[in-house]
Design a protein. Structure first.
Length: 69
């Protein structure tokens, strides 16, 4: 949830090859694109989900106590 350490994982994935092969520096450059897109969309999805739950709970409490729109 804090995105701590995701860059280390991304760098390891970019340098990765097949099983039993030694890593090679930046051999798999498409992994940069994958991780950046994953982090951006994951963060937006999580943020929107969190905000949606808060707003939904706020609206439920508003209806419960007789508030008007």
């Amino acid at each position: 949830a804090t995105f701590k350490g995701w860059m280390d994982i991304m760098y390891a994935a970019v340098d990765s090859r097949n099983i039993e092969d030694q890593p090679v520096y930046e051999i798999n450059l498409y992994m940069y694109l994958y991780f950046v897109i994953f982090i951006i969309f994951g963060a937006f999805f999580t943020l929107n989900l969190f905000i949606g739950v808060i707003i939904d709970n706020f609206n439920q409490q508003k209806k419960k106590f007789g508030g008007k729109d």
